[in-house]
Structures are given as structure tokens and as C-alpha cells.
Design a protein around this ligand. Structure first.
Ligand SMILES: Cc1cc2nc3c(=O)[nH]c(=O)nc-3n(C[C@H](O)[C@H](O)[C@H](O)COP(=O)(O)O)c2cc1C
Length: 198
């Protein structure tokens, strides 16, 4: 099978489109991911995992603070995906006009979302180009009480409904991420998660 066919088949395994927020030394940030999944079957030990590329600003913030908030989004929140997922927090304060408050762990919780999970990093796995963060869910919420309910945004929904004007930028960003990942994916390190700094 050709690599592009394999890639399209693997796309069936992508998760919903989620917003991942974090905070370090007063700087708040958010990004978009479609690689988060449930990582525990034990109701009393809720866990999830998410792959974050090393070139993303959020990667270093989460690695250094050991906490993040993962938000399921509604399918009508395309604008938020554009705002958080197409530009880096190194270049812009992406949460400046996104209503939010700091949660129990001190990371931003967005007012408008389908649901959110506040997570403390339990462990990490290096993939060479990214880190898979395993998070213990320590708090859950349902977004604003008056928010419309709607469906959870899937990756297929986003790709099928993003405005035409965004598509070239999206494909260019994806191609750049793929080039980075192609270079780095075989360089897997033995990374030990040592927990939070004192
Ligand atoms: C639909 C979609 C899915 C994405 N999935 C991921 C992902 O799973 N992992 C990742 O590291 N970046 C992913 N990205 C890219 C980041 O959201 C993007 O690089 C963002 O600008 C990073 O912001 P930061 O540098 O402020 O952390 C995705 C972007 C979009 C639009």
C-alpha cells in the first residue's frame, strides 16, 4: 500500500478536535490537537493522553509545568480552532480575547467548550518528534451553563467544514509539521518523567 493510502487509513484513528491550554510564569496559551484519547478504563482513575509536537510552544510549557487543560469543542467552534491552531503563542497572545479563567491547577479553562478536563501530567513518552503526555484528570467541567450543547467537533468535521480561505494555510502548516516529524521521528530518547519541579 502507498504511504498516502496508509496515512488516509490512519486518519480514521484521529480523535476529536480539542483545545489544549497551559500556563507558565503568567503566560497563558492554547493550541489545537486531534490526537487525544481516553487512556484509562477505571472510572476512579480518569486519564487521557495527547501527542504534542516539540516545535510547539505548548510542548515546553506543559513539559515544564506538568499541567494542562484539554477541552472538547463543539462542531460550531471552527473560529477557535483557527485562532489557536494556526499560529504559535510565541508570536501572539492567543487567549487575549478568548474568555477563560484559571482552573484548580492554575492553567486556563475556556468558558466556551463542550467539556473540559484539567490534567496533571502522570508520565510522558518520547516519539522523537513529539511527546505523548499522559494526564491524570483532576477536575471536569461542562463549559458555560448557557452555551449551546451541539456535537463534539471531530477531525473529519473540521477538515470538511473549514472555510476555503483557511485551507491552503492549514495544508502548508500540516506539510511543515510532517517535514519536522519525518526528520525527528526516529530519534527516540529515553525520557523519564520526574514530576514537577520543586
Ligand atoms: C485540526 C488540527 C489538529 C492539530 N493536531 C495537533 C496535534 O495533535 N499535535 C500537535 O502538536 N499539534 C497539532 N496541531 C497544530 C497546533 O495546534 C499548532 O501548531 C499550534 O499553532 C501550536 O501552538 P503553540 O506553538 O502556541 O503551542 C493541530 C492543528 C489543527 C488545526
Amino acid at each position: 500500500m502507498r504511504p498516502d493510502q496508509v496515512y488516509q487509513l490512519l486518519r480514521n484513528l484521529t480523535s476529536p478536535v480539542v483545545a489544549v491550554t497551559c500556563e507558565r510564569a503568567g503566560k497563558r496559551n492554547g493550541m489545537i490537537s486531534d490526537s487525544a484519547v481516553r487512556a484509562s478504563i477505571v472510572p476512579t482513575i480518569p486519564r487521557l493522553s495527547v501527542f504534542i509536537h516539540k516545535f510547539n510552544f505548548s510542548h515546553d510549557v506543559i513539559f515544564e509545568t506538568g499541567r494542562f487543560v484539554l477541552h472538547l469543542l463543539r462542531s460550531d467552534q471552527l473560529e477557535l480552532v483557527h485562532k489557536l491552531g494556526f499560529v504559535s503563542g510565541r508570536d501572539r497572545d492567543k487567549l487575549a480575547d478568548v474568555p477563560h479563567a484559571l482552573g484548580r491547577l492554575g492553567a486556563p479553562v475556556l468558558d466556551d467548550c463542550y467539556a473540559h478536563f484539567e490534567c496533571r501530567v502522570a508520565n510522558v513518552m518520547d516519539t522523537g518528534s513529539s511527546t505523548c503526555f499522559l494526564g491524570d484528570v483532576i477536575e471536569v467541567g461542562h463549559g458555560r451553563a448557557d452555551a449551546p450543547r451541539g456535537d463534539v467537533m471531530t477531525a473529519a468535521h473540521f477538515r470538511g467544514h473549514m472555510p476555503a480561505a483557511w485551507r491552503k494555510e492549514y495544508e502548508d502548516l500540516l506539510a511543515a509539521a510532517q517535514r519536522f516529524a519525518a526528520e525527528r521521528s526516529r530519534d527516540i530518547r529515553a525520557v523519564t518523567w520526574k514530576g514537577l519541579r520543586p
